[in-house]
Design a protein around this ligand. Structure first.
Ligand SMILES: Nc1ncnc2c1ncn2[C@@H]1O[C@H](COP(=O)(O)OP(=O)(O)OP(=O)(O)O)[C@@H](O)[C@H]1O
Ligand SMILES: [Mg+2]
Length: 280
């Protein structure tokens, strides 16, 4: 199936592309300070990091270390207090909200832990939505493409179901189909398997692997050290700083691992702060 065919580009925003030999994403001196009732809290303390095209990068670190804050600087969900984010020659940290929305529409697929499908739309309508919003493809092409994408993620028989009527793993697969609807070069996923059983998690990971093979760049925050280790590169965040960055097998030591899909930071998580209703 030829999934990433050329499209009619109707928007003035261009598709992010790294200059030859250059990183796709260049983050420089990123500081993020949150204003809270208790005063200023510095969540990112001056991070400079590059990400290259077709790289599969996992981002790990304790709860509260700054992983989501960091990836939110790339998605434009949040902005740095100071520092710059350049993606394929666009300084996204200084785009206006509306330019950011248009840029994001064709350049970025975002996958969240809780899928965030629109509950009153069927799976196929959810997948079509980004194409409609970014005015990509013709209406007929959108339907064909949405069906192709759902087939890619194994959901061809569920296209007309509502999100509430399929499993968590299926909802996340649909969310991935939606994330790649506009064929974005970059996919950012914040704990995409955090709510899935290990079989569904492995399936989502396999999909990401396939997308990287097709040239996508993926940045994935995860607590699952086995999945993190299977990315090519791993970045470890601690207390708002990058403390480790390199080939995943060098950053993550699996030699002492017990159960598969063991939580990376299990032993470090505060049992009170993270109490579930059952344990509280
Ligand atoms: N909007 C906000 N206002 C105030 N503080 C915030 C805000 N967002 C995040 N923080 C704080 O910044 C720090 C980093 O948060 P972040 O969500 O990036 O952590 P994380 O590494 O993604 O954690 P987790 O693994 O639990 O998702 C935390 O101490 C958090 O409480
Ligand atoms: Mg987080």
């Amino acid at each position: 199936m030829k999934l990433f065919r050329s499209r009619k580009q109707q928007s003035a925003v261009s598709v992010a592309k790294a200059a030859p030999g250059q990183p796709l994403i260049q983050m420089r001196d990123i500081v993020k300070i949150f204003k809270t009732d208790a005063g200023d809290f510095t969540a990112l303390k001056g991070i400079s990091i590059d990400f290259y095209e077709s790289q599969f990068v996992s981002v790990i670190g304790k709860s509260g270390s700054g992983k989501s804050t960091l990836v939110n600087m790339i998605t434009g969900i949040d902005r740095p207090t100071s520092g710059t984010v350049d993606i394929g020659g666009t300084m996204i940290s200084s785009l206006t909200e509306s330019d950011m929305a248009r840029w994001r529409g064709i350049n970025l697929g975002i996958v969240f832990q809780f899928y965030q499908l629109l509950p009153m739309l069927s799976l196929i309508e959810n997948v079509k939505l980004p194409m409609q919003l970014a005015e990509q493809y013709t209406p007929a092409e959108r339907t064909d493409r949405a069906m192709e994408l759902l087939t890619l993620v194994g959901l061809q028989d569920y296209a007309f179901k509502m999100p509430a009527n399929v499993s968590g793993g299926q909802q996340q697969s649909a969310a991935i189909a939606r994330a790649i609807a506009n064929d974005p070069p970059l996919i950012v996923a914040d704990e995409p398997t955090g709510n899935l059983d290990s079989r569904s998690a492995a399936m989502v990971f396999a999909l990401f692997d396939e997308l990287v093979n097709q040239g996508k760049t993926i940045i994935m925050v995860t607590h699952d050290r086995h999945l993190a280790a299977r990315a090519r590169r791993t970045v470890r965040i601690h207390d708002g700083l990058v403390v480790d960055d390199g080939p995943s097998h060098e950053v993550i030591d699996l030699s002492d691992s017990g159960a598969p899909h063991q939580d990376l930071e299990l032993e470090e998580v505060d049992p009170i702060e993270h109490a579930t209703p059952e344990t509280a």
